[in-house]
Design a binder for this molecule. Structure first.
Ligand SMILES: Cc1cc2nc3c(=O)[nH]c(=O)nc-3n(C[C@H](O)[C@H](O)[C@H](O)COP(=O)(O)OP(=O)(O)OC[C@H]3O[C@@H](n4cnc5c(N)ncnc54)[C@H](O)[C@@H]3O)c2cc1C
Length: 440
């Protein structure tokens, strides 16, 4: 018989991004009476929805209304400002400590570190990760923006052509007026707009049909006034790719973008280059360009080309950062060991949109429930009266109603033509959360 048969199960989800929220919702549906707690190291929920999704894509961020119901209507508790670590650390709670209190722990900690380019020169001044840039634009409390957005220069090269790269292109190519209604960080926007790029080159290692961006994202670029688009290395598209609906619509969108009426005196020129693999970042101390290997170059031509650039942004994916309780993602089942599971980006790797995490969460929740029913969770009898978090950690935690204080403050104090102005530091977020709790 299950060890938890005579009491309700106790489950902690680590990470309140989309995967953590989806898995908490799925667990609630399967286990209506379970004690469910979602913790996050930040004093706020929603992970990359708040700190990754582009500021000019506010409708995507509306998914938070759905997640909100999990905490306000479905009796899932939230504890922000709670960092979970692999081994004991001051001010944090370890996996072992949680395992003494919960039957199951589900890690939904995502992948936040920028994957390095891994080529000579990739640490030169002027090379920045897309995560670092998008965190700055989204006012992440850990963002280190000093001297980044004001130093991109006239010609920005982006390595990688997934959706995050296209988010960067929109930011670089849009005018300040295009950010009306967004929650972009105004200081970051102003720093960039003081000397915005006039040339953007995006490099895709893949052929045009296999680039990683979605057709819808490509079409959106066509709406940016003053943007001229050039495509290089597109070559011919194999018949197999044209049979695939997703690939065909991507190719059509890219070709339509290049063929649409072009501004004769463009504000910004965007070059999309396919079959181009960077092999070296050029420059002495600061970026001067990129050396690129071209696929399919005729034997009579050199296989590498040098592209001038004033800065290089890497948009080639993400890896575990120093906060991750597990080393890295690998696409295996959700169970790491009985009682410990992982879900979302921290299980599958940095691929997939917000909705893609829902199916993953449902499958992992089913694994947890199956193990629970087989009595394969936990390490031994738990004291059901023991709180899910140690007292010292719980004392500093931010509850969901505390978070709503932050949320309301940010919306109420939004700068003109902004949907919200995010509090920039953890200390300010905690002050506002606590002022609400104390009734101030
Ligand atoms: C720049 C960018 C833009 C994107 N734009 C879109 C888009 O427009 N549309 C779309 O559908 N998808 C978009 N995505 C993809 C989408 O954001 C992901 O699919 C999704 O966020 C993954 O969810 P997750 O919960 O696995 O990870 P995350 O969203 O990263 O959430 C992980 C959470 O875990 C917390 N955490 C980490 N370590 C710890 C720890 N040790 N202790 C406690 N908490 C911890 C983090 O603070 C975070 O809140 C974008 C991704 C990026 C990077």
């Amino acid at each position: 018989m299950s060890e938890t048969a005579d009491r309700e199960p106790r489950i902690v989800v680590v990470g309140a991004g989309p995967s953590g929220c989806f898995v908490a919702g799925a667990l609630r549906r399967a286990l209506p009476a379970a004690q469910l707690l979602v913790v996050d190291r930040l004093p706020c929920p929603f992970g990359l929805v708040r700190y990754g999704v582009a500021a000019d894509h506010q409708s995507t961020k509306n998914i938070t209304r759905q997640f909100d119901r999990i905490f306000t209507k479905e009796r899932v508790d939230f504890a922000g400002n709670v960092r979970v670590t692999a081994s004991p650390e001051p001010g944090a709670v370890s996996l072992d400590e949680l395992a003494e209190r919960a039957d199951a722990i589900v890690l939904a900690t995502g992948l936040a570190a920028d994957r390095p380019l891994g080529i000579p020169g990739d640490t030169l001044d002027g090379v920045f990760g897309s995560g670092a840039i998008t965190r700055a634009l989204n006012t992440h409390p850990d963002a280190d923006t000093a001297g980044m957005l004001d130093r991109l220069g006239d010609h920005v090269a982006i390595v990688g052509m997934g959706n995050v790269a296209i988010d960067l292109v929109r930011f670089l190519a849009k005018t300040p007026a295009d950010f009306a209604g967004s929650d972009v960080n105004d200081a970051a926007l102003a720093a960039y707009q003081a000397a915005p790029a006039t040339k953007i080159t995006v490099l895709s290692r893949s052929a045009i049909a296999h680039a990683k961006c979605d057709a819808q994202m490509v079409r959106e670029l066509g709406q940016i006034a003053g943007l001229r688009v050039e495509i290089e290395g597109a070559g011919s598209v194999d018949a197999e790719a044209l049979d695939d609906r997703v690939q065909r619509s991507r190719v059509e969108a890219l070709r339509a973008l290049a063929e649409q009426a072009q501004d004769p005196r463009p504000r910004v020129t965007l070059r999309l280059v396919f079959g181009a693999t960077p092999v070296r970042v050029l420059g002495e101390e600061r970026v001067a360009g990129l050396r690129v290997q071209r696929a399919g170059a005729p034997a009579t031509e050199p296989t590498t080309t040098d592209i001038a650039a004033t800065s290089v942004l890497s948009a080639i994916g993400f890896a575990a950062d120093e906060h991750s309780p597990l080393a890295d993602a690998s696409d295996v089942g959700g169970r790491v060991r009985p009682g410990l599971y992982r879900v979302g980006w921290c299980r599958r790797g940095p691929n997939g949109t917000i909705p893609d995490n829902r199916a993953d969460a449902v499958a992992v929740a089913a694994e947890v429930v199956a193990d629970l029913e087989r009595g394969q969770l936990g390490r031994g009898p738990l004291d059901p009266a023991m709180p899910l978090l140690p007292a010292a950690i719980a004392a500093d935690a931010v509850s969901y109603s505390d978070w709503l204080q932050i949320d309301q403050h940010e919306c109420a104090t939004a700068a003109e033509s902004r949907s919200r102005t995010k509090l920039p530091t953890r200390a300010q977020m905690l002050d506002v959360a606590r002022a609400g709790t104390s009734g101030a």
